[in-house]
Design a protein around this ligand. Structure first.
Ligand code: MG
Length: 392
């Protein structure tokens, strides 16, 4: 395998830090070219020095001077602002772009990298939720490979390897069920921020952890799978698997089911996206089946977790509906994290936004950006009403 040069967008977040740990174990195979962060200057600076990055971008322009002064003696270039991210990812010195920034904000830089024909290690699922058709069309046109980093999608991708063209009957998308799997609807309604942030299996950032508690994360993943693998929504089925050992499965038309397994550790999926089609060593915990004993599976509870239904609906509706759903969810999760609204208000805001939004059947990228902004504003209006004790 030839050495691969990597840009990590969002290097100070959970996925970014785990990606750097993968690179730390394979310094002969991977080279860090670009690191970007929104606000975490101290960590960005120490990462840039440790990995001798070519350039870094601090998205918050007010923090430029601090980063610049720290990295100048190390001969590391420093830029500021989102536009710099979009410019730098197109450079000839980049082979792989890991998109591990949070939410819709990842779309413009991902599109820039796709148009430059880069290999995308996709951790930012919101990109495909908001603009799946557009991004996949661009990827095909510019010969950009999009490799999944989401553990379920990496699993599906691996289960499909060596079976090109074989008829797929179903994708079985596994879900841990999150922290509220065994709670009643009444208990969930009163869930606090701290309780929702307490994920049983996976260590992740706060946005995705709340998404896991509402199961909107699984909803977003249904849509992500639809675009990555071209599988229609009615062939993507969610199954609750609390142990998170099986990361997802493919059922072929002959009834044969292929599963991909491992202990929950995001570094596996990150590393495979970096090394594909090769497999490397990793210092992770290996499975001991005799110790595991058994694995369990349940159907998801649509009453307790209405987000799943909203996701299927948005997929069926098509157009900009998933973008509306995603924007409303981002606004509502941010409000829940600030303790302005309750747990079920998150999906309530999403549902209201989807019902009242301007639907566009065949949106272009500009329409997607406008849709995101409008849905975000609409959601914030609803959030203000809820926080102010008014009815919707
Ligand atoms: Mg996932």
């Amino acid at each position: 395998m030839e050495k691969r040069r990597i840009a990590i967008l969002g290097s100070t977040g959970s996925i970014g830090r785990q990606a750097l740990d993968v690179i730390r174990q394979h310094r002969d195979l991977f080279e860090v070219e670009i690191l970007t962060a929104n606000n975490s200057t101290d960590l960005l600076i120490s990462q840039a020095i440790e990995f001798d990055a070519n350039a870094v971008v601090i998205c918050n322009e007010e923090k430029y001077r601090e980063v610049k002064e720290a990295l100048d003696p190390h001969d590391i270039k420093v830029f500021a602002g989102m536009q710099s991210v979009c410019d730098l990812v197109t450079g000839d010195n980049i082979d792989i772009v890991l998109t591990s920034m949070v939410g819709f904000s990842g779309l413009s830089s991902t599109v820039a990298a796709v148009k430059a024909g880069k290999t995308i290690a996709l951790a930012n699922k919101e990109t495909l939720v908001a603009a799946g058709r557009i991004v996949m069309d661009l990827a095909a046109r510019h010969s950009s490979h999009i490799l999944p980093v989401d553990s379920e999608h990496s699993a599906i991708f691996q289960c499909l390897m060596g079976s090109a063209g074989a008829p797929v009957e179903k994708i079985h998308l596994t879900a841990s069920g999150g922290p509220f799997r065994t709670w009643t609807r009444e208990q969930i309604a009163k869930a606090t921020r701290a309780e929702a942030l307490n994920h049983p299996n996976w260590s992740m950032g706060s946005k995705i952890t709340i998404d896991s508690a509402t199961m909107m994360n699984k909803g977003l993943e249904i849509i992500e799978a639809r675009w990555l693998f071209g599988t229609p929504g009615d062939k993507i089925q969610v199954v609750i698997h609390p142990e998170s050992i099986i990361h997802s499965m493919i059922e072929y038309a002959d009834g044969s089911v292929i599963a991909q397994m491992g202990h929950p550790d995001m570094r596996e999926a990150i590393q495979f996206a970096f090394s594909y089609p090769y497999r490397l060593t990793l210092d992770n915990r290996k499975l001991n089946f005799a110790e595991l004993g058994s694995l369990s599976f349940f159907a998801p509870d649509a009453e307790k977790f209405p987000a799943l239904k909203l996701a299927y609906e948005s997929l069926e509706k098509g157009g900009n509906m998933a973008c509306i759903m995603n924007a409303a969810n981002e606004a509502a999760v941010a409000a829940f994290l600030k303790e302005r609204i309750g747990f079920y208000d998150i999906t309530r805001v999403v549902q209201e936004c989807m019902a009242g939004a301007d639907f566009v059947a065949d949106p272009d990228l500009d329409t997607i950006f406008r849709t995101n902004e409008a849905a975000f504003a609409k959601a914030n209006e609803l959030i203000d009403r809820i926080a102010g004790g008014k009815s919707l």
